[in-house]
Design a protein around this ligand. Structure first.
Ligand code: ASP
Length: 442
């Protein structure tokens, strides 16, 4: 029988109403056999996530203060859910144990993990599925990194004869039995690991949006949903700031060739976004581009020196200075006698003059300057490979908007074009590119 691993995020499980929606989704497809829940998230915009309340409990306990009030609020959230779902379950003993352990300074990873643990208990009860504690099957190393080699066989043998189960996301345990967590948003990672262990047909990641959008909806009005995206494209967009999925969630399923389907718990019939390894040629996107993302806060060091190109080791000397100062470069566009280095401004902030002086000393440039306030945009799309003139169209749309392009870089994969512009032009540039590649085609 085919298997789907389904992960539900915090907003999909924030209260009994949302949990009921999730349960209906699970029950509507027999293949949805393994369920990975997050902790209850926000019910309204200034609500507090259970995970944050638990981190708070830990902080108070560590400072020797009482956790009664805040832990009481956590217990109340779960009791409210249990009551509203009308299930016959009491977590009172669990609450006592957890409170005791937090007070005994079990630590922030333990405290935070209980959000998923308790929610998992409730959801397992509601669905009538077996509850499997993630501490049993998700293995971490002592240094807190995830151990895939130990986890995969453990998961496979534990799940071999288990028809249906709820396995909480976000945490596991190290070889000494201490509870460990992934970084924030890590339930996505758990779902991906389980999907790869059971060789799922698909890893469904249920959230509160109908998939990835072509551009940031705060900038472009009602942007289109990306129907199909490759892992590589997603990497590029995620790196440049688009976020829906935890970055580490990609690798386990990608290696196993399992697609991820981002779905909306509130609109389950929407197809969402499929994330796949390869897209057959005839299923190419209607648009040349798949998505646009970008980040502000970059700076450039622009260097000029006559005959720079014939000076052996010039770049290396400059790079050595940056390396010594812990600055990691994103791009390095160059001309005949010019070289620019682009990096996040935060990496040089407060040390600008010092770094420039070191470069002066290393390569004696004719001219050197630091320029801040740069934004980088990534225009990503597998369709670029078969389309001519993509860069020209980007330039034309920038020119019409009177946006000055400081840098352009087309990756060797022909999967993306990165452009550097002034921060003040960021929003306008994204809108123009969207218009050029999406609106004018639709
Ligand atoms: N509950 C955890 C967090 O808030 C993990 C997750 O939701 O994926 O980060």
């Amino acid at each position: 029988m085919n298997v789907k691993v389904v992960k539900f995020g915090g907003s999909s499980l924030a209260d009994a109403g949302q949990i009921t929606k999730a349960a209906e989704i699970i029950k509507s497809d027999d293949k949805r056999r393994y369920v990975v829940p997050s902790a209850p998230g926000k019910r309204f915009s200034d609500d507090i996530k259970v995970t944050d309340m638990l981190y708070n409990c830990n902080n108070l306990a560590m400072a020797g203060k009482s956790i009664e009030t805040i832990f009481g609020a956590v217990a109340e959230r779960y009791n409210g859910i249990i009551h509203d779902l009308g299930i016959d379950l009491s977590l009172d003993e669990e609450f006592e144990t957890i409170k005791k352990n937090i007070n005994a300074k079990a630590g922030n990873e333990y405290a935070a993990s209980r959000g998923e643990y308790l929610n998992g208990k409730i959801i397992a009860k509601l669905l009538g599925y077996e509850f499997i504690d993630a501490a049993e099957v998700i293995v971490f190393n002592e240094d807190g990194t995830f151990n895939n080699e130990k986890t995969q066989p453990r998961l496979r043998s534990r799940l071999k004869d288990v028809e249906r189960a709820v396995i909480p996301g976000f945490y596991g345990a190290d070889i000494n039995g201490n509870v460990r967590t992934f970084s924030r948003g890590g339930s996505d990672v758990t779902g991906s690991i389980i999907a790869s262990a059971v060789k799922a047909d698909v890893y469904e990641n249920w959230t509160d949006v109908s998939g990835f959008l072509v551009a940031d909806p705060r900038i472009v009005e009602k942007p289109k949903v990306i129907n199909v995206i490759t892992y590589k494209e997603l990497r590029e967009l995620a790196y440049m700031g688009a976020s829906v999925l935890h970055e580490d969630a990609i690798f386990p399923v990608r290696a196993a060739g399992i697609p991820i389907n981002i779905k909306n718990t509130n609109r389950p019939d929407d197809p969402g976004t499929m994330i796949v390894s390869e897209v057959p040629d005839d299923e190419y996107n209607k648009y040349t581009i798949t998505g646009i993302a970008g980040k502000k806060g970059f700076a450039a060091i622009n260097i000029e020196k006559a005959m720079m190109n014939s000076e052996i080791g010039f770049c290396q000397k400059v790079l050595t200075v940056l390396e010594k100062n812990g600055i990691s470069i994103e791009h390095m566009p160059s001309g005949i006698d010019t070289l620019s280095l682009i990096f996040p401004y935060g990496e040089i902030e407060g040390r600008e003059n010092e770094v420039i002086a070191q470069i002066r000393k290393a390569v004696a440039p004719d001219h050197i300057e630091l320029e801040s306030g740069i934004a980088m945009l990534a225009v990503v799309g597998r369709g670029m490979r078969r389309t001519r003139g993509t860069a020209a169209r980007i330039f034309a749309s920038m020119a019409h908007a009177r946006v000055n392009v400081k840098m352009i870089d087309q990756g060797s994969s022909e999967l993306n074009v990165i452009i550097g512009i002034g921060e003040q032009d960021f929003e306008e540039a994204i809108k123009r590119i969207y218009d050029m590649f999406i609106n004018s085609v639709a």
